[in-house]
Design a protein around this ligand. Sequence first.
Ligand SMILES: Nc1ncnc2c1ncn2[C@@H]1O[C@H](COP(=O)(O)OP(=O)(O)OP(=O)(O)O)[C@@H](O)[C@H]1O
Ligand SMILES: [Mg+2]
Length: 210
Amino acid sequence: MPGGRLITFEGIEGCGKTTQLRLLARCLQARGLPVVTTREPGGTPLGERVRDVLLDPSLAPVAVGELFLLEAARSQVVAEVVAPALSAGNFVLCDRFADSSVAYQAGARGVDRTEVERLNALACAGVVPDRTLVFDLDVELALARARHRPTTTAVNRRFEDEAISFHRAVAAAYHDLAHREPHRVVLVDARGTPDEVHARALAAVMDLLP
Ligand SMILES: Nc1ncnc2c1ncn2[C@@H]1O[C@H](COP(=O)(O)OP(=O)(O)OP(=O)(O)O)[C@@H](O)[C@H]1O
Ligand SMILES: [Mg+2]
């Protein structure tokens, strides 16, 4: 993608993605770099509505339906936010992206991986992250963090409520991704304070900075 760089933040629930995205955004801005932040599912009016549907425990889409909802939100945020911001030369930081579907819908829900990759490619329209940071944290510790988060509520906890085996399958899929694509996907040790994790995240994107 000409000009900008896309950095995506991935990992299981509560591993620190949103915290680290904010810290890296602030850090890049302090270096005078243009930064655009967004999230998935979400980032557009359509995507935010889809997000509400996806996180609502009273609605339980079948695995393929869940994938289609995510791809709808993904195609919208790519077209409306990510691709234009990259073309304009920004550092785009995205809280979850296409790899989440490889980890969740393929890795944990069992949808065929090749099909997930094909739909991801269709939704992303040629946009590929320059670096994907996977925040790597023990499942129990991450879930404890997620459950204490003030923004977790009765209507958005569908994924937090999944069994521990589900989260382990997601974590394993992320490890597999890092193994398959070591130049793009980097495991970041997410233990310790937010500042300690931030130092590791910054080191993992340093080669992308001017
Ligand atoms: N290094 C850390 N040490 C302790 N607590 C942390 C750390 N990083 C984040 N937290 C806290 O843990 C909770 C989860 O962090 P955060 O929301 O950043 O995770 P997330 O990966 O974005 O979660 P989700 O997948 O649910 O969006 C928050 O309450 C946050 O303040
Ligand atoms: Mg978050």
